[in-house]
Design a protein around this ligand. Structure first.
Ligand code: DQA
Length: 147
């Protein structure tokens, strides 16, 4: 099919431990299985999905900076704990001006108070929180309709 769109999925710190980390909150699926399934889903939607997970803020920022050069049309980001701290990642997203959907596996609004504030939501093109890993599929589907 022509006109394949490029979507970058960004997962922040500790999400490499998906499946092991607090499974009562984040579920039992591991990250590599999730990415494999999301890539299959993306293919069906005529989307080329690339992925980065990093525990290092600067690597995520550099990947965002490269997004223009890499012709990324849309970003899905779960900034994990950086959600609540990183003005630097926020600024990077503003700098490249690529639309993005913010995803959280858990519902950040019914947990500790500090999780209720996100540095991303007000500049995002949508927020999904509390749908488990299904949130990533919803973001992908939404993007396929928007692009
Ligand atoms: C998270 C929620 C954050 O508060 C937390 O720091 C994470 C994951 C989520 O997906 O629910 O690491 O972004």
């Amino acid at each position: 099919m022509e006109n394949k769109k490029n979507v970058l999925l960004i997962n922040g710190p500790n999400l490499n431990l998906l499946g092991l980390r607090e499974p009562n909150i984040y579920g039992k699926n591991n990250l590599s299985d999730l990415i494999e399934k999301l890539k299959k889903k993306a293919k069906k939607l005529n989307i080329s999905l690339s992925h980065i997970q990093s525990n290092a803020e600067y690597l995520l920022i550099e990947k965002i900076h490269l997004s223009k050069k890499n012709n990324i049309d849309y970003i899905i980001i779960n900034p994990a704990a950086f959600t609540h701290t990183s003005i630097a990642i926020r600024d990077a997203l503003i700098a490249v001006s690529i639309p993005f959907i913010e995803v959280h596996i858990s519902n950040i609004y019914n947990r500790e108070d500090f999780r209720s504030h996100s540095w991303f939501s007000d500049i995002s093109n949508g927020v999904i929180s509390g749908l488990g890993i299904y949130g990533y599929y919803c973001a992908l589907k939404t993007i396929s309709k928007r692009l």
